[in-house]
Each structure stands twice: as C-alpha cells, then as structure tokens.
Ligand binder design. Sequence first.
Ligand SMILES: C[S@@+](CC[C@H](N)C(=O)[O-])C[C@H]1O[C@@H](n2cnc3c(N)ncnc32)[C@H](O)[C@@H]1O
Length: 258
Amino acid sequence: MPPPEFTIAPVAPAGPGLALVGVGPGDPELLTVAAVRAIAAADLVAYPVAREGGEGMAAAIAAPWITPSQRRLPLLFPMTEAVEPRRLAWRAAADSLAAAVAEGLAVVLLCEGDVSLFATSSYVLLALRRFHPACPVRLVPGISAVAAAAAAASWPLALQREALMIRPTPEQPADLEALLDQAAAAGVVLALLKLGARWGWVRPLLERRGLLEQALFARRVGWPDQRIASAASVAGGEAPYFALLLIRQGWPAVLPED
Ligand SMILES: C[S@@+](CC[C@H](N)C(=O)[O-])C[C@H]1O[C@@H](n2cnc3c(N)ncnc32)[C@H](O)[C@@H]1O
C-alpha cells in the first residue's frame, strides 16, 4: 500500500490572539512550518530588543518571513541582573501584547531558539497569565541552539540511558568541577549555555581534566559567522554571549562496531 499522502493544512486565517513563536537559533531555514505560518497570519509582529532602536536577534532571524505590510512592535528587555527593570519590562510587554489582542489583532512575539528554554517569552507568558489571564496565547516551539549545534557537528546529544543536562555555565570554577564529576559518574551529557567571558577560565579547567578534545564549542550557530569546533581549537578569549559547550565524558558500552 502506498504511504498516505502528506498534505499541509492551509494557512490559519488571521484572528485575534497571541502566538509566542520560536524562530530557531539563527538560520531563517530553521523556523518550523508552524512558525512561518503563525508569522504570515500576524497583523502585528512583536520582538525583543535589548536597547531602544536595536534590531533584535529574533526579528533578524525571522526577517525573510515578515512582510513590509505587517506592523512591528519592538519590546524593550534590558540586559540587566537588576530585578525591578526586568519585572517592569515583562509587565510592560504583557500589557502591550494584551492590548493589541484586545484590539482584535493577530499578534506574534518572536523568540530566539525555543520559546520555553531560557526564554524571555516564558516571563512574558507568566506575566500574561497573572495580569491578563483572558488573553488567548499559544506557543509554537522552535529549534534550540543546543539541538542546532549538535546537528551542525553531527554530534549525538544523548544515547540509551544517558541524560542530557542543559544549563547555564556555572559562575565559579569549583561549581563546574563538581558538575563535571557528577556528570561523569551519572552518564550525563552537559550542554552549557551563556558561556561568554567564562570561557577564559573554563578552557584551562577543561584542559586540566583532559576534556578539551571531546568538548564541542558552538558560537553563533546558524549565522553566517557560525563557529562549530572542538573546544581544543578555540583560543581562550573567543566566546561571545551566543556560544555554548557540549561536553560528553564517555560513551555507552554498546555502539555500532568499527
Ligand atoms: C537566553 S538563552 C536562549 C536559549 C534559546 N531560547 C534556545 O532555545 O536555544 C541564550 C544562550 O543560548 C545559547 N545560544 C542561543 N543561540 C545561540 C546560537 N545561535 N549559537 C550558540 N549559542 C546560542 C548561548 O549559550 C546563549 O548564551
């Protein structure tokens, strides 16, 4: 019997409501069909910016899928650890988005990578639930930078009984040492985000432990200047915010034979 024909449903008609849309890590080809459709159906495309007048990473990734006739709404999320400015920004974003939905608009909020993984859109979702519980919201998952980095490097993320831990890079060397010990003992593959300047001390630490060769360094995955390499080949001073490490300290016993 021939396989059933795969048909794609027509683009959903625009209607009021908010979609939080994951746009993947950088390459506009890595948006899902659902993401492209949600953007196409939107009257208003909202996206995070770190400063007034900034372009916004998610908007840059989705640019080929946004038309000039669509309204745009940059939402300011300052890059700060301070509590109050962040809370105010999440609340202000939720208020603006809910107001647009109440006007009867179909709205999308673009989010770099996946919408649920260390994502600004998660805070916006929580603020909406708290302050605008009647606002209809749906989430469109996206390809995370971790998945894209593993694919770009042909790197198995987790096999058999292994675990995968995705987390920010620890702040202190002692914490990373402890994490590596636990991961080695328990068969956990580590994906360390928010590498940034920590690479300056992470690199020598991995070198001391003999882990540099089997760790994968991925910077700006999906962008034209992406760098995917063995961590051993990356110099100490080279890690911007959009970089991550994948660290595998062992392999399962049963693998295809050589
Ligand atoms: C706030 S988290 C956002 C994660 C995102 N929501 C996802 O699903 O991938 C930001 C961190 O993710 C990682 N990251 C995001 N995009 C990346 C990319 N294109 N290349 C490498 N790392 C990336 C970096 O470690 C960065 O510090």
